[in-house]
Write a protein that binds this ligand. Structure first.
Ligand code: GAL
Length: 981
């Protein structure tokens, strides 16, 4: 490309840096962190200010202060902006807009005592771990070079420039550059020096680079070790009695490294000028017989895609936050991370080595915005002028991260179409590091890759792939090659808002077909930015909240944890679905089947126990002796019959597996897996006549009184339940659409929420056809239907009462759809508002958390209590949430203990329940959490059915078995009131 382009537009890689090399946390060579408070000035364009600020004598006293590392847009200078794949500027590579926020940074530093000033240029390196997106760097007025490739390091030789004190480092950072075309990942655009800046002393004879090669032969139990280093030196592994020269290979018995058993050996590399501590893991990764294997065994990824994100600091993520992410992952049975879509902070990987996670390390490369043009026209990934930049990025990733046992796969990048640049990257990586297979999802031919990878394929297609029978893509030879490769879903189960649904069905496929080696949920964390309303209420902002002219709204909030890393129901569901031990029992059976679905570990690290529960109370429990089954083995064990068996009530067996001892990621007793099943087969319905029914009687003021219920005689509407005022008890089919109901704009034909709103399910009318009083019942017949449609739901409410327990009111509902219903219902049940601030809920049924038909694996039958407020799941964009499944009864109480109780009606199935201090309509209207103002009325939904959740915000909708068709239904509830204390 023409050299007359300014450096920030030139597609060539950065300049001035030394060759990329392995990162390590520390050594005996001195280093000085230059993180801290710097001086900062923001300009609107790349050239608004000249470069005189780089001179040591320049006076920056009037500049602002900015912490480094940081994104200036999160510190009051400019604003973040979010787009998914659209470039937020005209696409005319390599040009970027004249409006190009440019941040000048300055810091002055002194050398620590004993650090020699002046010397050979390479006697000290100035290292930047990441700058978005392009920078020009000066030390003491001398230009060091240009930094490009935001999330990769560069080191500049500065030995000859250093002074004992008064060193001035000046960095000019441009938000936009040619590199922006290569960094079109779905995330906030956040400029700045966002990772650490360090000065490294490089004594004579110190390590220029080192490459730790290891392997493990599962047949012999022996590991191999060779450490290449420049200059040469010695490698010692005291625990193994190893002391060898660099370059020398050794084979010896070792314990292998796996994500389940992350065995590391402390070692040291010593050259003449430096000693570097190493942590060595022995393992071999290869594709064999069409399957990806580590140490000779097929592995199954239970993965997540992890972006680096912090709600206040953006992609500036500290060590504690990295560790928090990994601990949360390990505690939720996650065993793999794809570093979407760029290499993480380098300190993340040693934590993965130590805690045990498989890592797909992905290069900082995405050109997704070119998908907008026919055939990806203009795509830098297929344009030779950009290939040097692509190769530079590949090399900087591989060289930086090559020594981590956790890194098992290199990924070329994300969503770049196909092209010569990608092939060149693959070729280079293969030559440099043949020990790891290569991943890239964007090329379905798999011409450059060692595995077939897809995103968001639905269950049916994944099953075909599992059988190696997927549809051909074109070239028969490449088709045949692809069918011989292992398969992963590098993204699936889009965790946006409420969901994702359908996880269990994917997992069963992964566990059935050896070719299907698991997947990586999209994604780990919601990227909501912490903000406050004018009155100080905290909330999380998303796309569009910063006045962006182009944005993708809350599509940036699609994680398994909330922005503040609170665990969402989706993560709890995922933990259950991917548990590495399957614990199953047949209803009515006292036998448990335990299957070890770890890839390597036996079960000796887990302690099992059983519980026998009646009506939610543990009436007997004990430890359960389970043999230390090897990976893949299973056993059936008889549970002891407890004395309490035979007592009245609903009985369940529960068997739990918990950590026997403390681990680095969770303490002893941490639950890893569980199973629960009914201890008795469903009881045969007893023909119980029940207490006699009470007669309805007309009261004063046009009311009908029936047991604890007072009704409007004209409309048949329930007005009071003893002293509690009730409003709007009626059939309800509406839920505030979830992000998955709303679905991606690209699939209008299957967007449930669009179909619901078009039909008018959010504005149903209730015509009263008749109100009939008989000897023992009040029967109200209605037709529930939306305007402008002939579709309707004929609904009959039959109210009866008896005097048991101080008076109970029974409601039996019958729903008969009329017309040709083509859309599913969001929900089917009744809702009612109860006055009196009933703030506390207690229930017997599924819990403790939220569940929907296809997200209920983690819901356990038990006795639970919660405040009404805590029943809500605060999705960043408010939407339907908080349902509890399989509820037998629920009690809602005021502070004084008085309240109402609802039970499943005689002969009716358990129900779904939600309670909130706003209506579904208010929930639907809210854009951010502070839009929801709690009222004094508690709105309760008692549902016979809920529509599934699916994953259609990016992916397949609910599977057919979870769709709630409009069909005839009968269900019922029993209401009563509770006395206060
Ligand atoms: C994928 C992409 C991700 C993210 C996701 C949707 O296509 O690779 O970066 O955009 O879709 O959230």
């Amino acid at each position: 490309m023409s050299t007359d382009l300014p450096y920030y537009l030139d597609p060539a890689p950065g300049t001035g840096a030394v060759a990329p090399r392995a990162w390590y946390a520390g050594s005996d060579a001195a280093r000085l962190s230059l993180n801290g408070s710097w001086r900062f000035r923001l300009s609107p364009t790349a050239t608004a200010q000249d470069e005189s600020f780089a001179r040591p004598g320049f006076d920056d006293a009037h500049w602002d202060r900015l912490p480094v590392p940081a994104h200036w847009a999160l510190h009051g200078h400019g604003a973040p902006a979010y787009t998914n794949h659209l470039y937020p500027f005209p696409v005319e590579p390599p040009y970027v807009p004249t409006e190009n926020p440019t941040g000048d940074h300055r810091v002055t530093f002194a050398l620590p005592e004993g650090w020699p000033a002046g010397g050979a240029p390479d006697s000290a390196l100035l290292r930047f771990e990441g700058i978005e997106s392009c920078a020009k760097i000066w030390l003491n007025g001398v230009e060091l070079g240009v930094f490009k490739g935001s999330r990769l390091p560069a080191e500049y030789p500065v030995g000859a420039l250093l002074r004992p004190e008064g060193n001035v480092l000046a960095v000019r950072v441009h938000q936009w550059s040619s590199g922006s075309y290569l960094e079109d990942q779905d995330q906030w655009w956040l400029p700045g020096i966002f990772r650490d800046v360090t000065l490294l002393q490089r004594p004579d004879g110190s390590v220029v680079d080192h490459f730790v090669h290891t392997g493990f032969d599962h047949r012999t139990g022996e590991g191999t070790l060779r450490v290449d280093a420049e200059p040469g030196g010695r490698v010692t592994v005291p625990e193994l009695g190893v002391d060898i020269a660099t370059g020398e290979s050794l084979t010896l018995p070792v314990e292998p490294w796996t994500a389940e058993t992350p065995r590391l050996y402390d070692a040291e590399l010593a050259t003449e000028g430096e000693r570097i501590p190493l942590r060595i893991g022995f393992r071999t990764v290869l594709v064999e017989d069409g399957v990806l294997k580590v140490n000779g065994r097929r592995i199954l990824f239970r993965g997540v895609n992890r972006h680096e994100f912090h709600p206040e600091h953006g992609r500036t993520v500290d060590l504690d936050t990295m560790r928090t992410d990994l601990l949360l992952m390990k505690r939720h049975n996650i065993n793999a991370v794809r570093t979407s879509h760029y290499p993480p902070h380098p300190a993340f990987l040693p934590l993965c080595d130590e805690l045990g996670l498989w890592v797909i390390d992905e290069c900082d490369l995405e050109t997704h915005g070119f998908v907008e043009f026919e055939g990806w026209k203009g795509n830098p990934a297929d344009d030779d002028r950009w290939t040097p930049a692509l190769l530079d990025r590949a090399a900087r990733m591989v060289e930086r991260d090559k020594n981590h046992p956790s890194v098992v796969i290199w990924s070329l990048g994300n969503e770049c179409g196909t092209g010569r640049g990608l092939s060149a990257m693959a070729k280079w990586i293969r030559e440099r590091d043949p020990s790891r297979p290569i991943h890239y999802e964007g090329d379905l031919s798999c011409a450059d890759t060692d595995m077939y990878s897809r995103m968001y394929a639905d269950h049916a297609e994944v099953e075909l792939i599992g059988r190696r029978e997927e549809l051909p893509w074109g070239d028969p030879e490449l088709d045949a090659k692809r069918r011989s490769l292992p398969f992963i879903l590098c993204e699936y189960a889009h965790a946006m808002g409420n969901g994702p649904g359908g996880l269990g069905e994917y997992q069963r496929l992964f566990e059935t077909y050896p070719r299907l080696q698991g997947g990586f949920v999209w994604e780990w964390i919601d990227h909501g930015i912490a903000r406050r309303t004018a009155d100080g209420t905290p909330y999380f902002a998303y796309g569009g909240d910063f006045g962006e002219e182009l944005h993708d709204g809350n599509f940036v909030c699609d994680g398994l944890v909330f922005p503040d890393r609170t665990v969402s129901p989706g993560l709890i569901e995922y933990k259950k679905v991917i548990e590495p031990v399957r614990i199953e029992g047949e209803p009515g059976s006292g036998t448990v089947r335990i299957t070890n679905i770890h890839d390597f570990a036996d079960l000796s690290h887990l302690a099992f126990s059983w519980i026998y529960e009646i009506d939610g109370h543990a009436v007997a429990q004990d430890a359960l002796a389970v043999p230390p089954l090897a990976a893949g083995e299973s056993a059936e064990l008889k549970l002891p019959v407890p004395e309490a068996a035979g007592q009245d009530g609903e009985a369940f067996w529960q068997v739990r597996a918990a950590l026997r001892e403390d681990t680095p990621w969770a303490g002893a007793g941490h639950e890893v897996a569980w199973g629960q099943w009914p201890a008795a087969t469903a009881l045969a319905a007893v023909d119980n006549p029940g207490p006699p029914l009470l007669a309805p009687r007309a009261g004063e003021g046009g009311v009908v009184v029936l047991g604890p219920g007072t009704f409007d005689a004209a409309t048949g509407e329930l007005k009071y339940l003893n002293g509690f005022q009730v409003t709007g008890l009626r059939l309800d089919v509406w839920r505030a659409p979830t992000d998955n109901d709303e679905a991606a704009l690209s699939v209008p034909e299957t967007r449930d929420a669009l179909a619901w709103r078009t039909l008018g399910l959010h504005r149903m009318r209730h015509r009263i056809a008749s109100v009939a009083l008989t000897e023992d019942a009040l029967t109200v017949t209605t037709r529930v239907a939306p305007a402008a449609s002939d579709l309707g739901l004929r609904t009959v409410y039959r109210w009866t009462a008896d005097a048991a327990d101080g008076g109970r009111l029974h409601l039996a509902i019958e729903v008969i759809p009329e017309g040709d219903w083509k859309v599913p219902l969001p929900r089917l049940g009744v809702r009612l508002g109860v006055s009196g601030t009933l703030g506390d809920a207690q229930w017997y049924g599924g819990g403790p958390g939220e569940a929907y038909p296809d997200t209920r694996a983690a819901s356990r039958i038990g006795l639970y209590a919660s405040t009404v407020d805590a029943l809500q799941t605060p999705y960043v964009r408010p939407q339907e949430n908080g349902a509890r499944a399989d509820v037998r009864w629920v009690r809602l109480r005021r502070e004084d203990g008085a309240g109402i109780a609802v039970r499943q009606g005689e002969g009716s199935p358990a129900f779904w329940f939600t309670a909130r201090r706003w209506t579904s309509e208010q929930l639907d209207a809210a854009d951010h959490t502070p839009d929801l103002a709690p009222g004094e009325v508690v709105w309760v939904n008692l549902d016979h059915g809920q529509h599934g959740i699916g994953s259609q915000s990016c992916g397949p909708g609910s599977l057919p078995q979870y769709r709630l068709a409009a069909a005839e239904a009968s269900f019922g509830f029993t209401f009563s009131t509770l006395d206060g204390r």
